[in-house]
Design a protein around this ligand. Structure first.
Ligand SMILES: [Zn+2]
Ligand SMILES: [Zn+2]
Length: 397
């Protein structure tokens, strides 16, 4: 098999890609509510000749393409969920659903996935192996990847490698990041309740003021990253919400805090969690209060397999040229593609979708988020080339 000219084929598909993306953008669905979206995906894959399974990990869709020659299975993944954000946009394709919006570009990922499925189906007879498409629900903190794995999405056939991309507005349109090693951080959600003893605002000596205790807790927590984590390592500990108290003359009995921890190395994550507990123990005990701590892992770190990254990088060079393939410092955001990476050697790529001149450079999760749609055919060519290269490199000889 000679590698097809996927870039030209994808460019010819541009109108369809934009139509898919704009339809999905107008009909955003939140995590695990991707009913209409999954319907569009399943119907399109079925029309293309894929073996389709729906309801995998609740609202996920799996499509399998049998190549005409024997070989391994390569997995491609796209995420499908939108965010609970009210869109601010004058675009004709603005969200039709109040309070929901594709503000992370997952509408683009679905369009790219369907476009890639179209091109690979066209060349199925020549492909040495199979392509497993995984359209995942609930990437935005809902653990959709884990739900699909638990539901057997990768069980039969088991893929030998997995690839995916994320449109990235902070990178100029058409640039590609496909690098080995860490790319995105592990994320944990934490919830702390500081419990004191409420009472009259004029009688503090009869109370344990949960707000005063929380003030000490907050400043103690700031020392974890600055004083306990090796400065050569990376960690973030952010407290994002703080709620306590009911009236000006009442001493609060409880304060609730929520936050997130971001790390790359499991050892650093353990350090942060250990210090968190030690400081909460010490500060609250010293001030006569108590606390509850709940930590929930959202996703492990995205760390790309070296061999898979090499395949993706070679494909990227072919699709966008060597000068548009760039290295990127690891990002502190998280992505649950990392759940697939625990099961399959994989590479997660970033595809630049920002365009400052066109004003298409709002950050992800912003109500004005939109991207340069010229990235769509590039994404298709990138995934189709990556998958085909992997099959050719690993075919039965
Ligand atoms: Zn997101
Ligand atoms: Zn995303």
């Amino acid at each position: 098999m000679i590698l097809p000219d996927y870039r030209s084929e994808a460019d010819a598909l541009r109108g369809q890609l934009v139509a898919w993306r704009r339809d999905l953008h107008q009909h955003p669905e939140l995590s695990f509510q991707e009913i209409r979206t999954a319907g569009v995906v399943a119907r399109t894959l079925g029309e293309l000749g894929y073996e389709v399974r729906t309801g995998v990990g609740r609202t996920g869709v799996v499509g399998l393409l049998q190549g005409g020659r024997p070989g391994p299975t390569v997995m491609l993944r796209a995420d499908m969920d939108a965010l609970p954000i009210q869109e601010i946009s004058d675009a004709p394709y603005v969200s039709q659903t109040p309070g929901a919006m594709h503000a992370c570009g997952h509408d683009g990922h679905i369009a790219i996935g369907l476009g890639t499925a179209t091109l690979l189906a066209r060349h199925a007879a020549e492909l040495p192996g199979r392509v497993l498409f995984v359209f995942q629900p609930a990437e935005e903190g809902g653990s959709g990847a884990a739900a699909m794995i638990a539901d057997g999405a990768l069980a039969d056939p088991k893929p030998a490698a997995a690839f995916a991309l994320h449109l990235w507005n902070m990178i100029p349109m058409g640039r590609v990041v496909a690098q080995a090693g860490p790319l995105m951080a592990a994320a944990d959600i934490l919830r702390i309740v500081v419990r004191g003893k409420g009472g009259h605002g004029a009688h503090p000596h009869e109370t344990v003021d949960a707000i005063a205790v929380t003030g000490q807790v907050l400043s103690a927590l700031q020392t974890i990253v600055s004083r306990n984590v090796d400065p050569q390592e990376t960690a973030v500990l952010t407290i994002g919400t703080l709620h306590g108290g009911t009236a000006f003359n009442v001493i609060a009995e409880t304060v609730e805090l929520q936050g997130t921890i971001r790390t790359f190395s499991p050892a650093v994550r353990e350090t942060v969690l250990t210090r968190l507990r030690v400081l909460l123990d010490g500060v609250t005990a010293g001030m006569g209060a108590q606390y509850e701590l709940a930590v929930k892992s959202v996703a492990p770190a995205v760390v790309n397999d070296a061999a898979a990254a090499e395949t993706a990088r070679a494909a990227a060079v072919q699709v966008v040229g060597p000068t548009a393939v760039t290295w990127h410092a690891p990002l502190m955001v998280s992505e649950d593609f990392s759940e697939f990476q625990k099961v399959v050697p994989a590479c997660f790529m970033l595809l630049g979708s920002g365009n400052v001149e066109l004003g298409l450079n709002a950050p992800h999760h912003n109500p004005r988020f939109d991207f340069d749609e010229r990235a769509l055919p590039i994404g298709v060519a990138l995934l189709a080339t990556t998958a085909t290269r992997f099959l050719l490199e690993n075919m039965a000889r």
